[in-house]
Design a protein around this ligand. Structure first.
Ligand code: CMP
Length: 143
């Protein structure tokens, strides 16, 4: 079954949106198989956002993601990688539709509440950066 990495960013945690966000994915029918509230060390932030290293906003990005606690999660389910991205809405909240997480709760591209893996390759990489295999659980099939 497909897994993805989702993370409530410091702005979402600060605004008490963890429960709202977890609830949306639970109600959709996905299963939370790993979670931790953590402060990201700078080195991990730089690794996580490595593909944006050359972007002018890289420093800002790392500074923001390490500015306060985040809620890192692994979710499992059918097509969860692409469907979670749809549920999150466009990266830039100016373009994210109402009804999506960013459409409902975010205003600026820097503080856009949630991160989600954009492909199977990044899901695998990001889950590996944030979680050890033994930190992930498996649900009973008929639970
Ligand atoms: P995320 O999905 O976490 O992945 C990369 C992040 O870069 C993205 O969400 C945005 O929050 C951030 N980002 C993209 N464009 C800009 C920008 N122009 N200025 C600041 N942050 C940006």
């Amino acid at each position: 079954m497909e897994k993805t990495f989702l993370m409530v960013k410091p702005d979402g945690v600060q605004r008490n949106l963890i429960g709202e966000i977890v609830s949306r994915f639970e109600k959709k029918g996905y299963q939370l198989v790993g979670a931790k509230l953590m402060q990201i060390p700078t080195e991990l932030a730089e690794q996580h956002y490595g593909e944006h290293k050359e972007r002018p906003f890289f420093g800002e990005l790392v500074e923001f993601i390490t500015s306060g606690p985040v809620f890192a999660m692994v979710w499992e389910g059918e097509n969860v990688i692409s469907t979670a991205r749809l549920m999150m809405g466009a990266t830039n909240p100016k373009e994210s539709a109402p009804g999506t997480i960013r459409g409902d709760f975010a205003v600026t591209v820097g503080k856009n509440i949630i991160h989600g893996s954009d492909s199977p390759e990044s899901a695998e990489r990001e889950i590996g950066l944030f979680f050890k295999q033994e930190e992930l659980v498996a649900y009973a099939k008929d639970a």
